[in-house]
Design a protein around this ligand. Structure first.
Ligand code: LLP
Length: 429
């Protein structure tokens, strides 16, 4: 469910007959802000957060939004106002969460390679939990905390050795992935931490992958986590928190249909029944993916004599890298409402970047389009702008947040001067 819909032609002073984000016609945003541009819907963000929160009405977990999915401070702030915390993986993300108004006591700090400086920063701002992913990190954190004379509240991140996730590059829970420690390591490190005056182990954490569309691997991992909590307690250690990560998939196309948050919550409640722990989750994609689109304009159509028809659009792999990087599918829609029964034409949808990888879709059937027409890449709110770059010296794509019938440019397009002003000549040039 999202709020990007076609409105009938009969309404809105000539702006109908086209796709809107809530009450704002996308064509208006394209005209006023330019393209390509990411457009986010507040109502969709709010709805997705509410659905997840409602699914866990009784458990009242910490819902730490995984900032990496969409780090725009206005997006984080929209979720923070509803009570979301933040799952962060760098000092930059912690700073974004704080700027967006997430209280430190709702910020979790994860990641396999936190530097001393980042750990020190996290301790200084008082994040609620540092998820420790390895023994060297545990030792480093203990030293940093001891030097400051503080006690670091930690969870140990476990790698449950369960495969899941839509693509090999985003699966994190198998033993050969770089994330977390084994169950036996976790027991040893937890006990060590409990004996260290600079560390306060309060829980265990896991995250097995992203774009997971099947509850079975999650259930398998969570059952193993339950066993770990019980074993730690049997050793006389206190375990108050269980962080079960993010990873729930979203529908990018008709099938497979990912499990609903309600079905996920039912499984979690069954698996954790009677465990008496404070639950935490780190959803990213689930909250933001369908709340965003990438709006782009057709530059021209290049037809090859042998029949291939390239739809060359002004968005490129530097703006949305998921198709190039993960062979990801994004639905592409014409912003002008297609006429009923209009013929569909097969296009190869490509951007202007000088690589064949800059191909969004092959043989995609779309209504007939012309130069200047607008298209929307759907389900682009997660890992879209977040992963954008300036490759081919294309300024970072701007972002717009819509709420009802108003919108705000929450990241303006950088000018070429701004882009170039960041660089310096070496003094010998
Ligand atoms: N927690 C941890 C520790 C994570 O590593 C991640 C994602 C999340 C939470 C949030 O996962 P989500 O709920 O969004 O699935 N760029 C890729 C996805 C990478 C996910 C990385 N970790 C993509 O575009 O599909």
């Amino acid at each position: 469910m999202n709020h990007f819909d076609y409105r009938p032609a009969s309404i809105d002073g000539g702006e109908g007959g086209a796709m809107f984000c809530e009450g704002v016609p996308l064509a208006r945003i394209a005209a006023e802000v330019g393209t390509p541009v990411y457009v986010y819907s507040t109502a969709t963000l709010e709805r997705h957060f509410a659905v997840f929160q409602d699914a866990f009405k009784t458990a009242k977990p910490l819902i730490a939004y995984a900032v990496k999915a969409n780090p725009n401070v206005a997006v984080i702030a929209t979720l923070a106002r509803l009570g979301a915390g933040a799952d962060t993986v760098s000092e930059g993300e912690i700073r974004r969460a704080l700027k967006a108004g997430v209280p430190p006591e709702r910020i979790v700090f994860s990641g396999v390679g936190k530097t001393e400086a980042e750990l020190a920063f996290a301790l200084d701002v008082g994040v609620c939990e540092i998820n420790v992913e390895s023994e060297p990190e545990l030792q480093k954190l203990a030293a940093v905390a001891a030097a400051k004379g503080v006690r670091a509240t930690i969870a140990i991140r476990v790698n449950p050795d369960v495969g899941a996730g839509g693509h090999a590059k985003i699966s994190t829970g198998k033993a050969d992935n770089k994330f977390g420690v084994s169950f036996s390591e976790a027991e040893r490190l937890y006990a060590n931490a409990a004996n260290n005056a600079a560390l306060n182990p309060v829980g265990v954490a896991c995250h097995i992958g992203s774009q997971i569309t099947d509850l079975a691997p999650m259930e398998e991992a969570f059952l193993k986590m339950r066993g770990l909590v019980q074993r730690l307690r049997a050793e006389g250690l206190s375990v108050e928190r269980l962080d079960l990560g993010g990873g729930l998939g979203v529908p990018y196309f008709d099938a497979p249909t990912p499990p609903s948050p309600a079905a996920f919550a039912e499984m979690v409640e069954r698996v954790t029944a009677g465990l008496d722990v404070q639950l935490a989750f780190e959803p990213g994609r689930l909250l933001v993916a369908n709340a965003g689109i990438l709006l782009s304009r057709v530059i021209h159509i290049h037809e090859r004599p042998e029949g291939t028809r390239f739809l060359v659009v002004d968005a490129a792999m530097n703006d949305l890298i998921r198709p190039a990087m993960y062979e990801a599918f994004h639905d592409i829609r014409s912003v002008a409402a297609p006429a009923e029964g209009a013929a569909q034409i097969a296009y190869d949808v490509v951007g202007p970047v000088c690589e064949t990888g800059d191909t969004f879709a092959r043989s995609r059937h779309l209504p007939a389009l012309n130069a200047g027409d607008l298209v929307a890449f759907m389900t682009a709110g997660a890992y879209g702008a977040a992963m954008a770059s300036e490759y081919n010296s294309r300024p970072l794509v701007p972002e717009v947040l819509v709420s009802g019938d108003r919108y705000a440019v929450v990241r303006p397009r950088a000018s070429y001067d701004e882009m170039l002003a960041r660089e310096r000549m070496a003094d010998w040039l």
